[in-house]
Design a protein around this ligand. Structure first.
Ligand SMILES: [Zn+2]
Length: 516
């Protein structure tokens, strides 16, 4: 009886049947593809059909794999996407999630018009436009997820364009993108930033924004014609800056106490100093976060407004509209607020207005570009502030730098050199927690992830005030002296973080030896 024959049952096992039918389907599919493929000349079409009938499915797999790896290299897709796509096929429910994830970021101009609406209207080739939009969105998205502060796209002297991201203060070269694609990306960014696309030489400024699942992100854009083409710099305004507290930026408890006390005062001036990229703005916001906006009226002048603080009035500097730091401060003083933030003191007029505000019963928070606390005092005198006014208006001066923090995922105990061990021992400090990192996927192979502030805090006590008022601080060599003193103080703070396993000796040396 046939139904009792075990072989017959096996032959029609459902899995085997599906496999055989699937295999036959793939064979026929590849034969059909070969039959109509423009890549194969008519001479070999017959042979190709036979070959593909026999090993077609293997060839197909090979082609798919090569195609995917090329796309990976070009940065058109990421390993994550491949993974989630495969997962999506394997697990049906995952598919919906993937489709939602696909629209990771939405770019729009400063008035809220969508990217495709702005750029699409400037180009006729819809397919090319769509590809450019996707690529631009991909670059911006990659920058945001890598915690970049800037995106730099510039023409190389050799050939082609380089795309670089600045992460934790360091530039990382990103995937190579073809020349024409880079030009299209630059044009699309110029369009969304409300710039003139046709103007390629004259420097232009603009801005745009992006919506992600979690937040709105703001971008400041600058272009300039350079040798070999046009370069574009996109600054990503720090969205977490406004959310951090003083403890979170790396401030020690001793300094925290001093600053918190100074912020509570109804008047006085707290001045944050440091070179560009030393985290002054983040610290400024962290201080503002200590202030109760309901009981104290806070007005800020910033260039640009990096983070919108609900409950405060923020004014953005706009030179074209004649809103300068000095002009804005003047109008603010007429409104008589409790706390005034002068984003940056750059000129004599702003310095004078800020000092005056501090003298007339306001708490003033400001930043100044300088290398050390004493250099700051010299700089303010250079800006025309009389020593007596300086001594009565200033309450605290803080110089700061940022050290990169060791990556939590790959840090491990450090192997110190003989001389380092001897140095630590001579100071009587324990080295059990000194760490180093080898780099991993999480930190892009650098060994560092995020940054922490080191600060030299100077309270203007009676002694310093007396020296200032005497005019004894106006000596020409003061800046040099101040820098040396400031460097030592910063180094000491940095070394504390080394001993706690937060950063490395090299990192502290890097940020404290180069003061400007
Ligand atoms: Zn790591």
């Amino acid at each position: 009886m046939p139904e009792s024959d075990p072989n017959v049952v096996l032959l029609f096992s459902p899995f085997r049947l599906i496999f055989v039918v699937g295999w036959l389907y793939l064979c026929i599919y590849t034969v059909v593809r070969v039959e109509y493929s423009p890549l194969i000349s008519n001479r070999y079409r017959g042979l190709a059909s036979v070959v593909s009938l026999l090993i077609g499915p293997f060839l197909m797999t090979l082609l798919v794999v090569t195609d995917i790896s090329k796309k990976l290299q070009d940065g058109e897709i990421t390993p994550d996407e491949i993974f989630s796509t495969i997962l999506g096929y394997l697990l049906h429910w995952e598919k919906q999630e993937h489709v939602k994830k696909k629209k990771f970021i939405e770019l729009m101009d400063s008035s809220g018009k969508s990217f495709s609406e702005v750029y699409g209207s400037q180009s006729k080739d819809t397919e090319a436009t769509r590809k450019t939009l996707d690529l631009t969105e991909r670059i911006i998205y990659d920058a945001v997820v890598s915690r970049a502060s800037d995106i730099l796209i510039d023409p190389n002297t050799a050939r082609g364009y380089t795309i670089r991201f600045r992460v934790d203060g360091f530039l990382r070269v990103m995937n190579k993108v073809e020349d024409e694609k880079c030009v299209a990306v630059i044009n699309s960014i110029k369009a969304i930033s409300s710039m003139d696309i046709a103007e390629k030489r004259r420097p232009q400024d603009g801005s745009f924004m992006a919506k992600t699942k979690d937040a709105n992100i703001y971008f400041r854009v600058a272009t300039a014609g350079v040798m070999g083409g046009e370069k574009i710099t996109i600054r990503i305004l720090n969205q977490t800056a406004g959310m951090l507290r003083l403890e979170e930026i790396g401030m020690t408890s001793k300094n925290l106490k001093i600053i918190s006390e100074a912020i509570k005062q109804p008047s006085g001036m707290i001045l944050l100093c440091g070179p560009t990229g030393s985290g002054k703005t983040t610290s400024l916001y962290a201080m503002l976060n200590q202030i109760d906006f309901y009981t104290r009226n806070v007005v800020t002048v910033e260039d640009p407004v990096e983070y919108v603080l609900a409950g405060t009035s923020q004014i953005e500097v706009n030179v074209k509209a004649n809103i300068t730091f000095a002009n804005a401060l003047r109008s603010i003083l007429r409104q008589d607020p409790d706390v005034i933030v002068a984003g940056e003191i750059r000129d004599a007029e702003t310095a004078a207005m800020a000092m005056q505000a501090s003298q007339t019963g306001h708490l003033v928070l400001a930043t100044l570009h300088s290398s050390s606390n004493l250099a700051t005092l010299v700089r303010l005198q250079d800006l025309g502030i009389k020593p007596l006014l300086l001594s009565s208006a200033l309450s605290v001066v803080i110089s700061q730098r940022l050290v990169r923090k060791l990556c939590e995922h790959c840090k491990h105990s450090a192997n110190l050199t003989e001389s380092q061990i001897a140095e630590f021992k001579s100071r009587g400090v324990g080295l059990d927690h000194v760490m180093t990192a080898k780099g991993c996927d999480k930190c892009g192979g650098t060994g560092y992830y995020g940054r922490s502030a080191i600060m030299d805090v100077m309270v203007l006590d009676e002694e310093i005030k007396a020296i200032l008022a005497d005019g004894r601080l106006s000596a020409g060599d003061l800046k040099q002296k101040g820098d040396t003193r400031g460097r030592t103080a910063l180094k000491r703070e940095g070394m504390k973080k080394v001993l706690m396993g937060i950063t490395t000796i090299e990192e502290v040396k890097r940020v404290t030896t180069r003061l400007e």
